[in-house]
Design a protein around this ligand. Structure first.
Ligand code: SPV
Ligand code: MN
Length: 614
């Protein structure tokens, strides 16, 4: 092991004995052959890029000089929930794996023993949220994967200088090793894949995996730490996009949005004509009595499956530009990137996450291997997007948050757009009651509904009752907490046909923007406020140049009482026996009462035309 003096000097310059001791401890344990300490310099960044290619973890593509491809092991294509655990001293956390802290640490340390022999250890420094702001949280990443470090340089703000400028700051720690690699340079020992989160020491350990959702420390590993920190400190760390919606006369209003996967989160924050700030993670704080939000990240690790020119022009423009992109688990043919949805497919040969690929190729289990994996991704800086709100992204105090949007996927419950009666009603009946169909529903039948409060269940590192309690308190401390909205792009008729076009979400956003300022009226229903037909008719014309018929409106905004009551029943059951704020059950009771009362008067299906507007 030769640790270069130049690299050690970069660490020493930070004058942070605790940090130094931490890095030295992991050098001793993992025994890397060499060390590279990444400052914020362009030179250090280029070194990381070069190493990723030299090590074979990324390969140059031929469409643009800054496009590369990375493959994860065939069985390492997504977050590994089974082997992810929160380390606790006996505390059980509902919905999530926990493991005894001492046992977990012993196991991970033994897996890490000597794991970096023959490898270079990279140490890199990042900030969650804009640098030097009330939102920033510093993070130290140790990894032997230049691909991971490269991805982090695209997705986060580097922060070596912040560490240096501050008096021994507190920081999150991420220790990752991809472990032994196979001939394709993908993690080999997947049976020893582990992601252990030590909340007490704000440290996440990840071994024997490369997939970004497991390994990119600042992303989902850090998210478990920030949820706990936010709950302890009275702010919000959310699985939410952040976007600006253009209102009348140059007004811009900012919204966050939480959607379970495959419910339209990315396509909403990229609706043409609006302003993108972030697509995945937001921090929200009370600053001067006002809710303000930032994007935690500086880039996008987005799903590429199905991305096409017609529905995703914004993303297509970026992927066909010279901007730096890491494609992962796509199909490569003659140095060009392909994925389902991209013109040029079908091809009859290529290379993908399963190695050499040809149509109808089967894996060992006999399953046909698609050209690109469903969770194939692209990693790109936000600056590559024309629609990026360049003022908002680095605003030190964030942007004022006008509202939050919760999006589900349901065939017959939520209408396309609805505003909660207020903060408490919204937090409980929209956020904490979020659910989504899991399977692609068979025509005419509802899919299986999966409960996913605030789209955050996979990451819920605190008991859910505490998390909801903190949420309720957050809004109570403000005169004007963010308005809460719910959307559902997946309503169907009795024959299983979707009731909305994909482009309709552009109209719901404009309605939400106007409604948040009290510029449009609404109809009061048992579940919240819905739009008035005439307002939508005008918006459809203005935004999409389309006629919007009374028949469509009535079908989409009919209140389906039995399905809504069933939904509340399912959510109640999910929370049964848990230590949750009493508002949770009282809000559900009140909504059931309102629904039943309305049903007695109007029947099971309530047309919006029979209800009075405000
Ligand atoms: C998600 O699954 O919510 C993602 C991708 O954003 S991952 O980084 O894998 O979590
Ligand atoms: Mn996510």
């Amino acid at each position: 092991m030769t640790i270069s003096q130049t690299e050690m000097a970069k660490l020493e310059a930070l004058d942070h004995p605790e940090l130094m001791e931490f890095v030295e401890r992991y050098i001793d344990l993992m025994e890397p052959e060499s060390l590279f300490v990444c400052t914020d310099s362009e030179e250090d960044y280029q070194y990381i890029r070069k190493r990723a290619i030299e090590e074979g973890e990324e390969r140059q593509l031929s469409d643009f000089p800054l496009h590369t491809v990375h493959f994860d092991n065939y069985h390492d294509q997504a977050r590994d929930k089974k082997n992810t655990a929160i380390l606790t001293d006996g505390e059980e956390i509902p919905f999530i794996n926990t493991k005894d802290r001492k046992e977990g640490l012993e196991e991970i340390q033994s897996l890490m023993k000597g794991i970096m022999r023959d490898r270079e250890m990279i140490v890199a420094f990042f900030s969650l949220g804009p640098r030097n702001s009330p939102f920033s949280i510093l993070g130290l990443q140790i990894t032997d994967s230049p691909y991971v470090a490269h991805s982090e340089h695209i997705l986060y703000r580097t922060a070596y200088e912040e560490f240096k400028g501050m008096e021994r700051p507190r920081f999150f720690r991420f220790v990752h090793s991809e472990g032994e690699l196979d001939e394709r340079r993908t993690s080999k020992n997947l049976d020893k894949r582990r992601i252990y989160i030590d909340l007490k020491n704000e440290t996440v350990y990840t071994v024997n995996t490369q997939y970004g959702g497991n390994t990119i420390g600042l992303k989902k590993p850090a998210f478990r730490l920030t949820i706990r920190k936010a709950t302890d400190e009275g702010w919000l760390s959310e699985h939410m996009f952040l976007m600006g919606v253009n209102g009348p006369d140059g007004r811009v209003s900012y919204f966050t949005g939480a959607f379970p996967s495959m419910c339209g989160k990315t396509s909403t924050c990229m609706v043409p004509g609006e302003r993108l700030v972030g697509d995945d993670l937001s921090f929200i704080r009370n600053i001067g009595g006002e809710a303000r939000a930032v994007n935690v990240e500086n880039g996008i690790f987005g799903i590429i499956h199905g991305i096409n020119q017609v529905e995703d022009p914004t993303i297509c423009r970026v992927l066909n530009s010279p901007a730096e992109v890491i494609f992962s688990n796509i199909l490569v043919n003659d140095g060009m990137p392909y994925w389902s949805g991209k013109p040029g497919l079908p091809l009859d040969v290529g290379e993908n996450h399963g190695g050499e690929w040809y149509p109808k190729k089967k894996d060992k289990e006999g399953n046909e291997i698609p050209p690109s994996h469903k969770n194939a991704r692209f990693t790109v800086r936000l600056s590559a997007f024309d629609s990026l709100d360049r003022d908002a992204i680095d605003a030190e105090n964030g942007v004022p948050l006008k509202g939050m949007i919760f999006g589900g996927r349901a065939a017959h419950t939520w209408p396309p757009v609805c505003e909660a009666f207020g903060w408490e009603h919204g937090v409980i009946m929209k956020g904490a009651s979020l659910e989504s169909e899991t399977t692609a529903a068979t025509l005419g039948k509802e899919g299986v509904m999966k409960f996913n409060p605030m789209a955050i269940l996979d990451f819920m590192s605190v008991p859910i009752g505490r998390y909801i309690g903190n949420y309720l308190e957050f809004g109570k401390k403000m005169d004007n907490p963010p308005r809460i909205f719910a959307v559902n792009y997946f309503l169907r008729d009795d024959r299983g046909n979707f009731l909305n076009h994909k482009s309709d979400k552009a109209v719901w956003l404009k309605w939400i923007e106007l409604r948040a300022h009290g510029d449009v009226g609404a109809i009061e229903t048992p579940i919240g406020h819905i739009p008035i037909y005439d307002d939508l008719k005008q918006l459809f014309k203005e935004v999409l140049g389309r006629e919007y018929s009374k028949e469509d409106y009535e079908k989409q905004f009919t209140i389906n009482v039995p399905e809504l009551l069933d939904k509340i029943g399912r959510v109640e059951e999910a929370y049964l026996g848990m230590d949750v704020p009493e508002e949770l059950f009282s809000q559900m009771e009140e909504e059931k009462e309102r629904l039943k009362e309305a049903m007695n008067f109007y029947g099971e299906r309530i047309s919006p035309f029979s209800l009075g507007s405000l």
